[in-house]
Design a protein around this ligand. Structure first.
Ligand code: B12
Length: 137
């Protein structure tokens, strides 16, 4: 007689757990992308995009490019480190000029960091601002 309610509770618990897990996998992580180029004195450009939970920045940039015709980028494949961000909106880094697209991240509290991995490895967290900063080394 006491078995039925126990079974119901177990089924309910399982359902709750499953819905939690599925929501986690369904969720998109929203982020902002800012394209900065202080070398040429160009005003920053702002974009919104998202990536699947625990997805990589490269995915977020590809999604942005496919949905927004005002944003484009190219990358090259490095044998050791994977994708290297080569150009943004038609402007490419150049070894002769020592220019490159630096990857920066700004957190919701305003703090900024320079990730120690590239666009193929960086996993954005919710509401981060990704800054693609054209600069010199
Ligand atoms: C010099 C250097 C740079 C220079 C390269 C300039 C040049 N053309 O010479 C500049 C300043 C451009 C650079 C940029 C970045 N770098 Co760097 N860089 C180095 C460093 C110190 C030496 C590389 C080198 O000259 N090797 C010797 C040559 C003979 O070998 P090579 O294979 O031809 O080297 C090339 C690659 O290393 C490539 N490269 C350099 N950095 C990166 C980063 C990524 C993600 C990729 C795919 C390729 C790449 O550029 C070199 C020249 O073509 C290494 C650390 C180290 N001591 O190895 C870090 C290193 C490779 N860089 C690193 C990182 C994270 C970056 C940035 C993502 C930093 C950022 N937040 O912006 C950016 C790349 C952004 C982008 N556009 O995709 C990491 C990569 C780790 C990883 N697993 O992703 C390393 C290992 C340093 C670290 N943090 O530990 N970098």
């Amino acid at each position: 007689m006491m078995v039925k309610p126990a079974l119901h509770s177990a089924a309910l618990l399982l359902l709750l757990l499953l819905s939690g897990i599925l929501t986690e996998y369904d969720d998109q992580v929203p982020l902002k992308v800012v394209v900065k180029n202080q070398i040429d004195g160009v005003a920053p450009l702002n974009y919104n995009t998202s990536v699947v939970y625990r997805g990589i920045l490269l995915g977020a940039l590809k999604r942005l490019m496919s949905l927004n015709s005002d944003f484009k980028f190219t990358y090259t494949e490095n044998l050791n480190y994977g994708p290297y961000l080569e150009s943004v909106n038609g402007l490419a880094g150049n070894s002769a000029d020592h220019t490159y697209w630096e990857l920066l991240v700004e957190y919701p509290n305003g703090a900024t960091k320079r990730p120690d991995v590239g666009i193929g490895c960086y996993i954005p967290a919710i509401n981060e601002t990704i800054i693609l900063n054209f600069t010199k080394w």
